[in-house]
Design a protein around this ligand. Structure first.
Ligand code: IYR
Length: 222
């Protein structure tokens, strides 16, 4: 028998089926309106909103509940400029040789290139790090489990919370992203996972004409 304490499941509420259906549909309608944006207004965002979105991300399930993530919120313009410089350096090599033709062809509909002005224009960058292992105060390592999955889920919740709050985001993955450890002074056991650009869309922003697959194309019911 477990010697650890368990509590009754609090706050769970079972809805009648028709209510559940309506809630599921309403949520789908809200989240299907999310678009990745690459053109940001410089208008500052309330950090209290970001704090709540991060709290939501921190509720994510994780391997053995070890929560192997760290989020760095960057609003300082000098730091944003350094991040832009680091990212554009990687992107220049990516777009001018490192990426195979097939990859560049796949990206063509998104209209991306090596210029990343949004890293300076947007009011907020959230650098997400995956902790490959934990560290005890005495320096001993703690093994982490399902790190990629856990950080991916937390990031998904963060993106959802940001959309729900009424802000837009861009999942940016300059690769490799090691420059983020240096600029943000994070230890080497924290692996940069993703750079989330957050803010308001610039006036007149356009988004590419891409679509999401219909359900039948990506789900099998047995
Ligand atoms: N990191 C590059 C290239 C890029 C790669 C993928 I996969 C994308 O979905 C979008 C961009 C860039 O940010 O331009």
């Amino acid at each position: 028998m477990s010697t650890h304490q368990f509590l009754p499941l609090a706050n769970y509420k079972q809805y009648p089926e028709h209510i559940m259906r309506r809630r599921a549909k309403t949520f789908y309608e809200e989240i299907s309106g999310r678009r990745t944006v690459r053109d940001f207004s410089s208008q500052p965002i309330p950090l209290s909103v970001i704090e709540h979105c991060l709290r939501a991300a921190g509720t994510a399930p994780s391997g053995a509940n070890l929560q192997p993530w760290h989020f760095v919120v960057v609003t300082d313009s000098t730091m944003k400029a350094q991040i832009r410089e680091g990212a554009e350096e990687e992107e220049r090599t990516f777009y001018s040789g490192r990426a195979p033709r097939e990859w560049l062809d796949a990206l063509a509909p998104l209209g991306t290139n090596e210029h990343k002005p949004f890293l300076e224009t947007a009011p907020c960058l959230i650098a997400i790090f995956a902790e490959t292992h934990g560290l005890l105060p005495d320096g001993r390592k703690v093994k982490h489990y399902y790190v990629q999955e856990s950080v991916g889920i937390a990031t998904g919740l963060l993106i959802t919370a940001i959309h729900h709050a009424g802000l837009v985001s861009l999942t940016h993955t300059p690769s490799p992203m090691k420059f983020l450890n240096k600029i943000l002074k994070r230890p080497i056991h924290e692996r940069p996972f993703l750079l989330l650009v957050v803010g308001y869309p610039a006036e007149g922003t356009t988004v590419p004409t891409i679509t999401k697959k219909p359900l039948d194309d990506f789900v099998t019911f047995t």
